[in-house]
Design a protein around this ligand. Structure first.
Ligand SMILES: [Fe+2]
Ligand SMILES: [Fe+2]
Length: 322
């Protein structure tokens, strides 16, 4: 039985602090304090993003150094102090005018790009030049040299998803400029980094011939063909078809998701609130938030999503419930 007095305990705690130690039982409350997520459900409208993206070209031309290598607008979640879309995934929209180059660099965060608009843009990864057409996915894995360019006649726009918040948390965020704007072309990235739209769309269409999933209707995850693994160790990339008239059942999982509406209109109910979306919109489903999707009108909707499922699975933290 413990018999120390309050004065004894105070002196004891002072001795602990001096020794760099902490006794959590000396304070009231549970040993492990549950933490509620600060990530908020949020929708970003393309009709708001697009004009601001166009105007960003008045203020910045991509060039080496001073944080200006990329003309991006980040989706900022009000609940995340680091100004990223979620606590694990940072999503931005990148904009490159005809003839422009986003100079070569490399960094510890992994990135997934999903091409949205424009013809003639490319990303070179470790010397491998990938043409980016609407709907293509291009990866730039951690510490691979990459530069982007637009050789077309109209502005190019794509989505960048990075695991930078996780890498930052791991105290391992580094970035290096390449000595020139462009790296030489002609190398191989060392793994499959380019996933063309036609291949993904054909696979999704084939899947749609079967019965849908109750929570996601028709959904598939992009996988590295060499390993069968998710595209990144941290972020999985999903392509989803919601057929006309579909209303999915609500579920929730310990992972979070950033969605982009590639085509179609619909609504997603997140924590009891309805978020109506249309082409080009983005929205975030926080970890643990119940959510269900529905289409509007008589056309299907196509959603692309970035979800931190592989990270949670690797940590033994992935949980899902209906
Ligand atoms: Fe980069
Ligand atoms: Fe879900």
């Amino acid at each position: 039985m413990a018999i120390g007095t309050v004065v004894d305990l105070e002196r004891y705690c002072a001795a602990l602090r001096a020794a760099g130690l902490d006794a959590p039982w000396s304070r009231p409350g549970p040993l492990i304090e549950p933490k509620r997520t600060r990530v908020e459900p949020r929708l970003w409208r393309w009709t708001e993003i697009e004009p601001l993206l166009r105007r960003s070209a008045d203020f910045l031309t991509p060039a080496r150094g001073e944080g200006a290598e990329r003309r991006i607008l980040r989706l900022m979640n009000p609940g995340v102090p680091e100004r990223t879309s979620g606590h694990t995934i940072s999503v931005a929209v990148q904009y490159l005018l005809p003839g422009e180059v986003a100079p070569a660099h490399r960094h510890s965060p992994n990135a997934i790009r999903f091409m949205l608009r424009g013809e003639g843009a490319y990303t070179t990864v470790e010397g491998e030049k990938c043409a980016m057409r609407r709907g293509d996915v291009v990866l730039t894995p951690a510490m691979t040299w990459h530069d982007h360019g637009n050789e077309g006649r109209e502005p190019a726009t794509w989505l960048d998803a990075l695991d930078a918040p996780v890498v930052r948390y791991l105290e391992n965020l580094v970035m290096e400029p390449y000595p020139a704007d462009r790296q030489p072309v002609g190398g191989r990235a060392g793994r499959v980094i380019h996933y063309p739209w036609e291949v993904a769309w054909e696979a999704l269409s084939r899947l749609a011939e079967r019965e849908g999933d109750p929570f996601d209707d028709v959904i598939m995850e992009y996988r590295d063909p060499a390993t069968g693994q998710s595209l990144l160790p941290t972020i999985g990339c999903y392509l989803q078809l919601l057929r006309p008239g579909v209303r999915t059942r609500s579920h929730r999982h310990s992972s979070m998701a950033v969605y982009h509406v590639f085509e179609g209109t619909g609504a997603t109910e997140i924590e009891g609130e309805s978020y109506e979306w249309g082409p080009g919109d983005f929205f975030v489903v926080p970890p643990g938030a119940p959510h269900a999707h529905a289409t509007r009108g008589d056309r299907p909707a196509i959603l692309v999503s970035l979800q931190d499922v592989p990270l949670l699975r690797a940590l033994g933290q992935y949980r899902e419930e209906a």
